[in-house]
Ligand binder design. Structure first.
Ligand code: GDD
Ligand code: MG
Length: 366
């Protein structure tokens, strides 16, 4: 079966991580984010994938190639201008089969697509939306389901007073090609706002799932997704690497300090004596952690150097950064690629430092 993955959004809420790397190929634990989606699709027998790209399509293509690495056939389509979720699908129409999956390209999930497809066939639906419960539906598409699994109502980005259920659209749809007849060509069209309403009472169904599901579109959710993968809360191929000890340490890593699982320590990482790493940490290739530093609930991308006596907690530090001695990075802070922070700084409260910025010694206490 075929799938179309929408990856045309700019990923603005994940800046500064997405300032230099397109969202689909932002590294998550040990692979480009989208590989998790491709592996999940592959497990459900989907091996023909069309990536609907906008922003930075070439770099997405450069990282993923033809998909043979994950055992799928990958093709790329690039809209001339952003067409929206339905417009992008319409643009890919000549490549589409009679029945296919459509996926938002920013969800980490192990929803049972095989069961969703089976329900779609059983009900004779034109479109079947995967649904998951969330605590706060305001950022999503809210769905009211009837007893026969047909959708009674769909409200995109509901206001608080519209919320009387917790089921939202998970961004994974089984579609019949005829749905494209409802999409006008050559303009920006939202599938959520312009197509689902037309299908209510006319073939729109929901498949309610209890599976793990997360939209990784913000730094907080990126960290949550990382932790859920290394804790094994979501079924992924990373589990094999981690094993029963929830720990993956590359052979070439030099560890003189202490590592507390779950953790992933990649090649050529150096952890100095008296340093504490973990739990819930991912250190990318070639990261160095200085003596006496503590890193917990944090992600550090490859080639970053952390000085001595530092504390990194609840933060994301992108590739190639340099952090001076006795600096603290805490509280949801995110450092973009190639940031230099001098010694004796404190960066917290969700601060986002953009790529290439240099902060001198003792410059910031935030
Ligand atoms: N090709 C292309 N062109 N892709 C696009 C475009 C476009 O113009 N606009 C958005 N996308 C892609 C994004 O990259 C993302 O993968 C997906 O479409 C959904 O867009 P988001 O911007 O992430 O939407 P959202 O998260 O606010 O809401 C959507 O997802 C929720 C689940 O996470 C909606 O589908 C909601 O109904 C749903 O609940
Ligand atoms: Mg999203």
């Amino acid at each position: 079966m075929q799938a179309v993955i929408l990856v045309g959004g700019e990923g603005t809420r994940l800046r500064p991580l997405t300032s230099t790397v397109p969202k689909p190929v932002v590294p998550l634990v040990d692979r480009p984010f989208i590989s998790f989606m491709l592996e999940w699709l592959r497990e459900h027998g989907i091996d023909d994938v069309i990536m609907s790209c906008g922003f930075l399509a070439t770099s997405v293509r450069n990282v993923l190639g033809d998909g043979s690495g994950v055992g799928v056939k990958l093709r790329f389509v690039e809209e001339p201008d952003p067409r929206g979720t339905a417009g992008a699908l319409k643009f890919a129409e000549p490549m589409l089969d009679e029945r296919f999956l459509m996926l938002n390209g920013d969800v980490l999930t192990d929803i049972d697509l095989t069961a969703q497809i089976a329900q779609h066939e059983r009900t004779g639906a034109k479109a079947t939306l995967a649904l998951v419960p969330v605590a706060d539906p305001t950022a999503y598409g809210l769905v009211h389901l009837a007893g026969d699994s047909s959708v009674k109502d769909f409200v995109e980005k509901p206001s608080s007073d519209q919320i009387d259920t917790n089921l939202i659209s998970a961004g994974a749809y089984v579609l019949e090609r005829e749905v494209l007849e409802l999409v006008p060509p050559d303009r920006n069209v939202s599938i959520e706002r312009e197509v689902w309403p037309l299908l209510i009472g006319n073939g729109l169904y929901g498949y309610a799932s209890e599976s793990y599901w997360l939209d990784i579109g913000t730094p907080a959710r990126y960290l949550q997704g990382t932790f859920d993968i290394i804790e094994g809360n979501v079924r992924t191929a990373v589990q094999e690497r981690l094993g029963d000890g929830y720990l993956a340490v590359a052979d070439s890593a030099g560890i003189d300090g202490r590592v507390i699982p779950p953790a992933v320590i990649e090649r050529d990482v150096k952890i100095a004596p008296d340093a504490h790493v973990g739990s819930m940490v991912v250190l990318g290739q070639g990261v160095t952690i200085g003596a006496g530093s503590t890193v917990e609930r944090a992600v550090v991308w490859g080639g970053t150097h952390i000085g001595e006596g530092c504390t990194l907690r609840d933060c994301i530090v992108a590739a190639g950064c340099r952090i001076g001695n006795n600096t603290q990075i805490l509280g949801g802070a995110v450092l973009g690629e190639g940031v230099t922070v001098g010694s004796e700084n404190m960066i917290a409260h969700g601060a986002r430092i953009f790529p290439g910025v240099t902060l001198s010694d003792g410059a910031i206490l935030f």
